[in-house]
Design a protein around this ligand. Sequence first.
Ligand code: BV8
Length: 232
Amino acid sequence: MQFEKIVILTGAGLSAESGLGTFRGTDGLWDQYDIEEVATPECFARSPVKVHDFYNMRRGWLKQAKPNAAHFALAKLEHDHTGAVLTVTQNIDGLHEAAGCSHLIHMHGELASALCARCGTSLPWHEDLSLTTACPVCHKAGFLRPDVVWFGEMPHEMERIMEALSRCDLFVAVGTSGMVYPAAGFVAEAKHAGAHTVELNLDPSDGASLFDEAHYGPATEVVPAYVDKLLG
Ligand code: BV8
């Protein structure tokens, strides 16, 4: 089967073998932390120190993390495929870019970026954030937050994503449980557009029934194998 326009959706399972834990499943992040306590604008207003500690911890993890064979296989697909490949990631790590992927949308933001809730400035940030950290632009302290999309907030570039889904002829979901919306609804959008839908995951996701094809196993095994088949 030859495909022209490909949309790839990735989740935490893609970066699991790079040492960045997933959210659900055994010792997932949401086992140890309550979403309502660390990943909503309301809890940032209520207890910003707890939220900064949570994201400073994860920003620290990024420093050691390296892209794995699945990240490199997806970057190879982007470079070698004759048609269009757009990668939409729910991940806030920079491992897609580190593997050479450039046609990329971080729909849930990036941990290596800070956002000033007062003046709207968004800038690269690799160190810890705290209530005393002043925004380099408006020079006010206490407003800088992780530049990520929290629950209840609108994901980034939704128009561009929906446009690509309405035109794609192949949709591939990699390492995602299909439990967080609007990302979990993308397979249905792609199917509606007539695309062939493929799931690459450790085990069947919540939306498994919506996929025409599935390959289960660790991302570092099933993703390179599937990309080689596509480019075959
Ligand atoms: C919004 C950034 C308004 C921060 C994140 C409809 C129905 C029900 C609820 C809702 C709905 N619409 C909206 C909601 C509310 C909510 C939501 O979905 N709640 C859930 C909990 C029910 N959604 C929102 O609030 C969203 N905003 O709706 O705004 C709006 C209105 C109109 C149009 C658009 C929007 C915003 C959600 C974004 C929140 N921010 N991240 C941070 O990272 O801290 S979400 C975060 O959790 C991730 O980004 C990701 O999206 C999600 C985790 O999911 P996965 O990545 O899939 O990870 P998970 O651990 O769950 O699964 C890993 C999978 O990998 C597993 O299947 C596992 O088997 C597999 N795996 C593990 N190891 C491997 C592997 N696979 C391969 N190899 C391995 N080695």
